[in-house]
Design a protein around this ligand. Structure first.
Ligand code: PAF
Length: 282
C-alpha cells in the first residue's frame, strides 16, 4: 500500500500505471471504514488493475448544524483494513490540498439535491458532487465505486457524470448488512445497546413495505403506511421519511413499480440512519 497526500504524487503514480496500460478503480471514502467499504474494494479488486482508495472527510458536505468534528476518525484501523483488502494506493489529502485558499467553484446538482436527504441536509449533495468531481479529476479513474446504501448519492453522482460528460463508470456495490438486517454505517457506532436493537426498525420497515408492494392493487401510499406503522411501533425511533421513489431521479412514485426504490430515514436516539431497498431486488 502506497500512501500519498498530494494531487501531484497521486497523478505521478497513476500516470505510471496508465503507461503500463493498467485500468484504475477508485473507492472514495471518508474513513471510519467497515465491511461495506471493504466490499467496494473487493469489487474494484476484481474489476481494475490498480485500486485507489481515498480517505477525506469533506467539510463541503457538512451543514453548519452538522458536527464535522464528531465524524469518526479511525486512521490507523482504516489503513490496516485497506492494506488487508489489497488496495494499491491510499490517497489522503489535507483540507488545504483539496480546497486551497481562494477555492470558490461548486457543482450544482439541481432538484435531486433538495429532496429526501437533501431536504434535511441543504447543500450536502452539492458538497458531495464537488469533492467527487475533484477526486475524479485528480485520479482519473476508469471506474469509481459507491455503496448502494447511499442510494441518493449514487443517483446524484450518476446524473453528474452524465450531465458533465465525466469519463468514468460508476459502479454501485450492494448494501452490506449485519445478521439482523441493520445496514452497515459509520454512524452505527453512535448507537447505545438499546438503540442498536431498535435500529433494525429500518430494515424491518423496508421488508414490510416490500411485502405490501407485492400485494394485488398495491399503491405507494399503502407501502408508505406499512413502513410508517413499523417505525411507529418502535419507541426509540422517529420517522423522517419512508417513501417510494424512482431510483434514478428520486421523484416520488404513485405506483410501486418493480424497479422502484423504497427509501427510509429514521432518527434512533440522536443518530439519523438511512436505508433503502430496490423493490424487485433481493
Ligand atoms: O459516501 C461517502 O463516504 C462520501 O459522501 C464520499 C462519496 C466519499 C464523498 O465525500
Amino acid at each position: 500500500l502506497e500512501t500519498v497526500h498530494t494531487v501531484a504524487a497521486l497523478r505521478g503514480l497513476l500516470a505510471r500505471a496508465r503507461r503500463e496500460g493498467k485500468e484504475v478503480g477508485l473507492v472514495p471514502t471518508m474513513g471510519a471504514l467497515h465491511r461495506g467499504h471493504l466490499s467496494l474494494v473487493a469489487l474494484a479488486r476484481r474489476g481494475d488493475d490498480v485500486v485507489v482508495a481515498s480517505i477525506f472527510v469533506n467539510p463541503a458536505q457538512f451543514g453548519p448544524n452538522e458536527d464535522l468534528t464528531r465524524y469518526p476518525r479511525t486512521r490507523a484501523e482504516d489503513v490496516a483494513l485497506l492494506q488487508g483488502a489489497g488496495v494499491d494506493v491510499l490517497f489522503m489529502p489535507s483540507v488545504a490540498e483539496v480546497y486551497p485558499r481562494g477555492f470558490a467553484t461548486r457543482v450544482e446538482v439541481g432538484p435531486i439535491g433538495t429532496v429526501l436527504e437533501g431536504k434535511t441536509r441543504p447543500g450536502h449533495f452539492g458538497g458531495v458532487a464537488t469533492v467527487v468531481t475533484k477526486l475524479f479529476n485528480m485520479g482519473g479513474p476508469d471506474r469509481a465505486y459507491f455503496g448502494q446504501k447511499d442510494a441518493q448519492q449514487i443517483a446524484v453522482i450518476k446524473q453528474m457524470v452524465r450531465d458533465l460528460d465525466l469519463p468514468v463508470s460508476i459502479v454501485a456495490g450492494p448494501t452490506v448488512r449485519e445478521d439482523d438486517g441493520l445496514a452497515l454505517s459509520s454512524r452505527n457506532r453512535f448507537l447505545s445497546a438499546r438503540e442498536r436493537t431498535a435500529a433494525t426498525v429500518l430494515s424491518r420497515a423496508l421488508q414490510a413495505g416490500r411485502q405490501e408492494a407485492e400485494e394485488r392493487g398495491a399503491t405507494s401510499e399503502k407501502v408508505r403506511l406499512a413502513m410508517h406503522d413499523v417505525v411507529m411501533a418502535e419507541p426509540l425511533a422517529r420517522l423522517d421519511y419512508a417513501t417510494v421513489v424512482d431510483a434514478a431521479t428520486m421523484d416520488p412514485l404513485d405506483e410501486p413499480r418493480p424497479d422502484a426504490l423504497l427509501v427510509i430515514a429514521v432518527v434512533v436516539g440522536s443518530t439519523r440512519l438511512i436505508d433503502n431497498m430496490v423493490l424487485g431486488g433481493v
